[in-house]
Design a protein around this ligand. Sequence first.
Ligand code: FES
Ligand SMILES: [Fe+2]
Length: 415
Amino acid sequence: MKAEQAMPSVIERQWPEAGATRVPYWAYSDQQVYQREMDVIFCGESWAYVGLGVEIPNPGDFKQVSIGDRPLVMCRDEDGTVHVFENRCAHRGVKFCREPWGNAKQFTCPYHLWRYDLKGNLRGLPFLNGVKQQGGMPDDFRREDHGLDELRVSARGGAIFATFSATAESFEDYLGSTFLALYDRMFDGRELTLLGYTKQLIPSNWKLMFENIKDPYHASLMHVFLVTFGLFRADQQSAIKMDETGRHGALISMRGEQKTTADNAEMKNLREDFKLNDPRLIDPVREYPGQETVVMQTLWPNLIVQQQSNTLAMRQLIPRGPEAFELAWTFFGYADDTEEMHLRRLRQANLMGPAGLVSVDDSEIMKLSQDGISPYPEVNGLLEMGGRDTQDTDHMVTEAAIRSFYDYYCRVMGF
Ligand code: FES
Ligand SMILES: [Fe+2]
């Protein structure tokens, strides 16, 4: 028996007439909106990131993961196939997997000890035939009807995505040609290595994280580190790309110099007097075709694929109610990295994560955003930098990628 998807509730909210150039502040705090997001965005017709294959390299390896606020288990069976199950016993709903990760031959629910194999089949249950000819399951009980609920899985280039939908297009079609090319640029078939995790609970709505990464406007102004050391700045060669639906976005940039010019004079956070004690912190080397040193992809609905110089990471968004989300970072490299490249990736990772020299600014600003927004649900935010359209651009002085996101968001949510 399959779980029935909850029908989205009717939301008595009207998106502003001005469309994606405005975001009503209730969208960041309304419980009904949040619930519909879980139903139609995270658990709807989308492919959501769940993990890297290298996190569960061997048969029997498993890890607890989630999409939206739904707990899942990702595991590798005896044949090497990756499965993603709802972490919910088919008997009476217990979250049967309790260890964050591990290796198992089977999963046993702690309540009445129902046992499932690594493909999610119910293999056995105590008292199936009763005790002393008493009790037991009805004669027509069929174990094969009571396996774990499984999601569709797509593994490409070492990353695992899953969908609750039986009808969603293939993962490749879901990305579209532009984003498939950007994706394959990093996930080019080489074996990945896991470098480490960081995780943080950010007291803001999950969409503020996507806005932040789709917002190159702030990067040139707010981040002292990025601006000063020329890692990402509006006077550098850059591009913003969206897929055909507008749901995915990419910020692409090439590194500039630590020098004040007429083009960056308004960037008051460019500090020519700042010097790094260890310049190796930002010594990017080219490792992909092309000159791009920053490629940040936001993949609907829950993933940021990060290449900032040689720091490669998956940042997964796990909403925790309308006003909080977990940001789970998984740093990785390639199995054929030299020791020098391995150390370079680890050094550059100091820019990222909860205490990262760059991303600590974003965590703080998202909290301040939520603090400013929450008391005023009837007020709208403004998104008109770079015009009112949602087209690709070859510069960073625009909020087009955020408009594009909300344009698609409104269509999915029915606003
Ligand atoms: S709830 Fe899992 S065995 Fe009963
Ligand atoms: Fe930022």
